[in-house]
Design a protein around this ligand. Sequence first.
Ligand SMILES: Cc1cc2nc3c(=O)[nH]c(=O)nc-3n(C[C@H](O)[C@H](O)[C@H](O)COP(=O)(O)O)c2cc1C
Length: 193
Amino acid sequence: MSRPLSQPGDELGWHDNVGSRNSTNAMSLSQADFRKAMGAFATGVSLITVDVDGEVHGMTANALTSVSLEPLLLLVCVDRRARTHAHLHAKKRFGINILEENQRAISEYFARSFQSQSGAEQETGARFDRTAHGTPMLHGALAYLECGLKSTQDAGDHTIFIAEVEEAVVRAGAPLLFFKGNYWKIGVEVEET
Ligand SMILES: Cc1cc2nc3c(=O)[nH]c(=O)nc-3n(C[C@H](O)[C@H](O)[C@H](O)COP(=O)(O)O)c2cc1C
């Protein structure tokens, strides 16, 4: 199973030592150190949805970012070993569902290697609609983006999928967050100083 850069249980105090690749330090940066450092970058959590022979296939992903306004582009990085990798290449259309704060169980379910639409429905209560394009859209997500694949770029053990956003739906609510390997709800707004 591919893993997010930050794993549950990764804890890094600000004074913990991490590896370094600078010339004055012989330590080499490990994958674990890299994951810990990137785990300090708080993100939302998304569910990539793709239709596979009439079934919903989903994958939890936080390596997601907007790219361009003209045209409207986003990117998501997917491990080459993930089943979703082949599905995105084959289908060239997918949905990005931004998870709401009460959808942790859905995130966990779709981060597993073995999953099915019926299993997700039974275990997590996930429900899906279909868009006009037939793409699965998760009920109750904070936002939905309908994506048409434009290009791919190999990047180490992942592939960067760049897609044009064709439609978007935004709902009221608060996001599920991922930070240092754990799930969080949004806190208080930082006041201007
Ligand atoms: C919070 C979180 C974020 C994740 N983000 C990504 C990601 O951006 N890219 C990726 O390839 N895997 C990511 N994963 C791991 C995949 O969800 C996991 O490997 C999944 O089992 C792949 O499913 P598949 O083989 O059905 O495609 C993430 C997992 C979690 C828990």
